[in-house]
Every structure is written in C-alpha cells, then in structure tokens.
Design a protein around this ligand. Structure first.
Ligand SMILES: [Zn+2]
Length: 304
C-alpha cells in the first residue's frame, strides 16, 4: 500500500470515473461521468478512467470498449492510461494479506440465502450479523470478511452535508475476499484510489454505504481520505433507479450534444436551458466554466 505518492491536503485535484463494464452507458451513468468530469476540469485537475472489471462474468471486455467509445464521442476525454482492476489482483492481494496478518478478517461460510433470511436491513442491503466472527472456520473456499469495531463513522459530503452511521448496526462486517478468490469491491477500490492518487470522489448516492466502508479502510491503511460528492441517483418516471439491471436504454452516441444538455439540465446546471445548441466541445467548455455543485437537485427524476 505504499507504491504511489499519497495526495496531501494541498495536492492537485484528481478525480475519476469508474464504470463496471456490465453493459453500455445509460443516461444515469453518463450523468455520473459528466459530474465527475466537470468537477475535475472546473478545479483545473485531472480526470482518470478506471474499469471496475473484477466482478467476474458480469464484466465483458466488449462493454469496456463500448464505454470508452461512448465517453470519447461525448467529449469526455480522460487523462493518463485507463486502469483495469482485473490487472491489479496482486495489489489487492497485498492489501488483503496486510489485513489478514493484523487479524482483522475472518472466514465466513454463510450462504447468500441464509443471510437474506436472518440479516437486519442496513443502509444499503442486509447487515451481516456476525455469525462466523468467532467460529474460526478453516474451509479453503470460504469468503473473508473485514472485522469492524464498535463505533460510528462520519463522512462530510459536499451536497448532503455530514453523514454519520453506526459501524456494526448500519454497515456490518463486509466481504473483502470472496469465496471464488476474487477481491471485494470495497478493498479493491481503496487500493485503486490510493494508487491513482485520487483526491475527490464524485459518484452516485447509491454508493454512500460503500464510501463509508472505504473511508474506514482508508483510515485504517493511513491513506488520505478524498473529498466526497454523491450525486443523487437518476430515477425513472416510476421512481426506480436507472440501471443496467433494470435494462435502462443505452445512450445513443449519435445525439451526444443533446445527451450532454440533458445531463446538465438534470444536474441543475442552469445556464444550459434546453434551447441552447452547440457542439460537444463548446457545451463542455461552457459547462466546465459554470460548474456549480450547489445547484444539483436533491432528487433526479426523469419526466414521465
Ligand atoms: Zn458467516
């Protein structure tokens, strides 16, 4: 965990967009990409791209290629080389081994079905009730969970203000290595943010629970914690999250300028009324100059 220069409080802004290549971008993911891009460029900083492709069969290289093309066609050009999580397993393994040596993780043999039945609901899904904590299981093909202490965790969000949760009651011990040997999203992300020197995280509000877990891990590893801006999740006209899982329509790259205007409008960036027309690069230049996160609405709804 000491391979990259750590960002200091005065480090230049470094943001990133980290899509999972389980399908092409839809309007919801474009809005997140756009917000993180504008925030980084408005601050005169770098905007990096990372493909979060360690989640096995859901992720496909052709989707990653499509996402890169979609971003380019929308003028969202990134800095430096694209980072693919699947090429950094050894880094995640090193972080895992550090936690293992410190006695901070344990094997868990609970099945998803068992947990669904008995786990209390937390901030984003079931909270692990700690069944295997002191069981000292030895099964080689089991998952590993990170052991959280009693206490609370706080996070200051630029849009939502202070968010505070109980580590045990709201979050619960989480998986850092899965039964199939892959590393958990939380652990991998923390290693990535550190190695890429990320100073600012702009992401969907559905990841607030992940941000809290990652902040805890970052503090544990002694990594500087980035600033957080959680963009409200884009809901369809029925109030459901727009996502690949519920088959949100991929964005049509041949109407990139309109997509950008629509995204800016959803993000409350007022100077871009629907009657404004322009080229992709002009729209982005103007949006970068005028970027104001305070204007982002607390709810993002698509009209019915
Ligand atoms: Zn268990």
């Amino acid at each position: 965990m000491d391979t990259a220069p750590a960002p200091s409080a005065r480090a230049a802004y470094r943001g990133r967009f980290a899509p999972t290549p389980s399908g092409p971008l839809h309007l919801g993911s474009l809005v997140t990409a756009l917000a993180s891009y504008l925030a980084a460029r408005h601050a005169g900083g770098s905007w990096l791209l990372r493909i979060d492709d360690i989640d096995g069969p859901r992720c496909r290289p052709e989707h990653a290629d499509t996402i890169l093309k979609q971003l380019e066609l929308h003028g969202l050009h990134w800095d430096e080389t694209v980072r693919y999580q699947s090429r950094h397993e050894l880094d995640y393994q090193a972080a895992f081994e550090q936690l293992h040596k410190q006695g901070l993780c344990y094997r868990c043999i609970c099945t998803r079905a068992q947990l669904a039945e008995i786990s209390p609901a937390g901030i984003d899904g079931p909270v692990y009730p700690g069944i295997c904590r002191d069981a000292a299981h030895q099964q080689a093909d089991s998952a590993w969970r990170f052991r959280l202490p009693d206490g609370r965790i706080m996070l200051d969000d630029q849009l939502h203000g202070r968010i505070e949760r109980d580590l045990v009651d709201d979050i619960g011990d989480f998986v850092i290595r899965r039964a199939d040997g892959r590393y958990g999203y939380q652990l991998a992300s923390v290693v990535d943010e550190q190695q890429q020197g990320i100073t600012d995280l702009v992401r969907g509000a559905d990841l607030i629970g992940s941000s809290l877990r990652q902040k805890y891990l970052m503090q544990h590893f002694g990594i500087p914690v980035p600033n957080f801006l959680h963009i409200p999740v884009l809901l369809d006209s029925k109030g459901y999250k727009l996502s690949k899982q519920n088959h949100a329509t991929p964005i049509n790259a041949s109407s990139a300028a309109q997509n950008l205007i629509r995204g800016l409008d959803l993000l409350g960036q007022a100077p871009f009324a629907a009657d404004w027309h322009g080229r992709v690069d002009e729209i982005l230049m103007r949006a970068v100059r005028n970027w104001n996160p305070a204007l982002i609405p607390k709810r993002l709804n698509l009209p019915g």
